[in-house]
Design a protein around this ligand. Sequence first.
Ligand SMILES: Nc1ncnc2c1ncn2[C@@H]1O[C@H](COP(=O)(O)OP(=O)(O)OP(=O)(O)O)[C@@H](O)[C@H]1O
Ligand SMILES: [Mg+2]
Length: 278
Amino acid sequence: MSGSTPELPVVVLDALTPTAQRLVINRRGSTVWEVDSPRGRYAVKLGYPIEATPDWPAQPWTALAPAREGAVLHRLGFDEIAYGEWERGTWNFQPWHEGPDLYRLWEPCRRPDSVVEPHTSVALGCVKALAELHAKGWAHGDVQPAHFIIGPERTHLIDLALARGGQVPEGYDFPFRGCLVHYEAPEIARMVLATGQAEPTPEADVYALGASLLISATGWRAVEYPDDAPRPVQREAVASGRRRSVKVPGDLGALIDAMLSHAPGDRPTIYEVGKALS
Ligand SMILES: Nc1ncnc2c1ncn2[C@@H]1O[C@H](COP(=O)(O)OP(=O)(O)OP(=O)(O)O)[C@@H](O)[C@H]1O
Ligand SMILES: [Mg+2]
């Protein structure tokens, strides 16, 4: 079935009775739609296993990710969400958050000779969204620019499929195997290299937010490695902390540097970051 787009499962059609739908992403293991329904606008996510290719091992856990995220959202006290199983994996739906993500919003800052500076208020919105999660005792585990949706009222932190902090149903749980290497803290990269697994932490989230702000404002990754380097080589570079010298100008730059500290204990907490920006 690889190559073709799956369809919305019947249970989802029954629950939402869509009046319009737009495919947002359809890539290996995951399909997301924006769906209009009489109940409001929703993001619908479908997960299915990634089969092995000559370049990739099989990744059966992608099938479980939407249900795991649904369970996490329930745990965090969000209603208006639902999740369940379909033939090839699991699905969830959740309220659609309107707005550009951090990377898109700061695109003008990245243009050559740009005079547009990254807005502190935008950074603060991202900090508040992450602080809310940490205050509830959870770590996100997959903080990246695309996961901050900058809405008119507030910023939302999406994709909680890898979050850790409370019970999730055993049948939908799976180990954390790291995140996108650009945003991976050195201690996480080191653990993943050594054991294949790690544990999301608030300190690693703070590093990931620092790396997200840096790349969104400047276009540069926090750590230097060749674009086409294999994943383990990228992780080696992150683990050894080969920081790029690129900096965001001003106070925000100094704060991002602190967030990207090599040792987790040297990083500010998300509340300290918030205080520094307020
Ligand atoms: N609740 C939501 N509101 C608005 N947009 C959403 C929402 N959920 C998902 N999206 C959109 O769909 C994209 C993919 O969603 P998400 O990151 O949750 O899926 P994923 O399969 O985990 O993708 P990735 O592998 O990139 O993390 C997001 O980057 C965003 O553009
Ligand atoms: Mg995602």
